[in-house]
Design a binder for this molecule. Structure first.
Ligand code: R5P
Length: 257
C-alpha cells in the first residue's frame, strides 16, 4: 500500500487500529431526519470525540469548519430518496477531483448486493477503487440493505462484505448480526459497523458496539444511536470507551450518567 493511502487510513484508524466514526450522511436520501435537521448543531458538540466524520460534501462545506482537524470520510454515492421507487438505484455523485479538493481521508459509497441495481452499484465501487488507487484515497464500501432491514444476517452480510473486499474496498461498513465472527473472518479488510435505526435504549446500542468489537469489528460508523439519543455526548463517550478502552457495557454506561 502506498504512503498516501496508508497515511489517510491512519487518520481514520487510530494507533490501536480502531475507529469511532460519526455518521451524519443520512440527509442524502432521508432529508432532514430527526435530530439532524440542523447538522451544524448536531455535529459540533460531538466533534471532540469523533475519530472521523462521515458526511456529504454539502454538509461538509456548509456546516463543518475547515480548521476542525477531524478526518473526513466523504459519501460519494446517491441519486435516490426515501420517497423514490428504489433506494438501490445509486450512482456516483462526487468527482474524485472534488474529493481531493476537500482533502478527504476516504470516500464512501453504498453497494446493494442482491438488489435490482447490484451490478451498477458494484461497478460504482470498482470505478471508485480504480480512481482511489491512483490518488491514494481509500474507499469505504457500505453494505446497504435499503428498506429491507431483515436482510441483515450473517449469510447475506458475509456475501456482501466479501464481494466489497474482493472488488478492492479498503474497508467495509456493515451491520452487526448473530454469528458476526463469520462475517469478520471471511472479509480480508477491516470492518466497522453501522448502528442502524435508533434502538429502544442506549444500552442496546452500547451492547451492540461491544459485541461487534469483541467479534472483530475495528470500530463503529454510528449515527442515529448517538445523535438521536437524549445524551449524544454521553453516548459517543460510552461508545469510545468500548472501542478504544475495551470497556464493558456496564462501565461504558457510566458515561450516560
Ligand atoms: C445511511 O444512511 C448511512 O450510510 C449511514 O451512515 C449509516 O447507516 C450509519 O448510520 P446509522 O448508525 O444511523 O445506521
Amino acid at each position: 500500500m502506498d504512503w498516501g493511502m496508508k497515511n489517510r487510513l491512519s487518520r481514520i484508524f487510530k494507533q490501536d487500529g480502531r475507529t469511532v466514526m460519526l455518521a451524519v450522511d443520512h440527509g442524502y436520501f432521508l432529508g432532514p431526519v430527526s435530530k439532524l435537521e440542523d447538522p451544524r448543531k448536531t455535529i459540533e458538540p460531538l466533534m471532540p470525540y469523533t475519530d472521523a466524520l462521515m458526511l456529504t460534501r454539502g454538509v461538509l462545506r456548509n456546516c463543518v469548519p475547515a480548521d476542525s482537524g477531524v478526518p473526513v470520510v466523504l459519501r460519494v454515492s446517491g441519486g435516490n430518496s426515501i420517497v423514490g421507487k428504489d433506494l438501490s438505484n445509486e450512482g456516483l455523485t462526487v468527482s474524485m477531483e472534488d474529493a481531493v479538493r476537500l482533502n478527504v481521508s476516504a470516500v464512501a459509497l453504498s453497494i446493494y448486493v442482491g438488489s435490482d441495481h447490484e451490478h451498477q452499484t458494484l461497478l460504482n465501487l470498482t470505478a471508485l477503487v480504480d480512481e482511489g488507487e491512483c490518488l491514494g484515497i481509500p474507499v469505504l464500501a457500505v453494505t446497504a440493505v435499503g428498506k429491507e432491514l431483515e436482510k441483515r444476517d450473517a449469510k447475506y452480510l458475509a456475501l456482501s462484505c466479501r464481494i466489497a473486499a474482493e472488488l478492492g474496498a479498503h474497508f467495509v461498513k456493515t451491520y452487526y448480526c448473530d454469528d458476526f465472527e463469520k462475517v469478520v473472518k471471511s472479509c480480508p479488510v477491516p470492518l466497522v459497523i453501522a448502528g442502524g435505526p435508533k434502538l429502544n435504549t442506549e444500552m442496546d446500542a452500547i451492547n451492540l458496539a461491544y459485541k461487534a468489537v469483541r467479534s472483530g469489528a475495528k470500530g463503529v460508523d454510528m449515527g442515529r444511536n448517538i445523535w438521536q439519543s437524549k445524551n449524544p455526548v454521553g453516548m459517543i463517550k460510552a461508545i469510545r470507551s468500548i472501542v478504544h478502552e475495551g470497556a464493558t457495557p456496564k462501565k461504558a454506561q457510566q458515561f450516560l450518567k
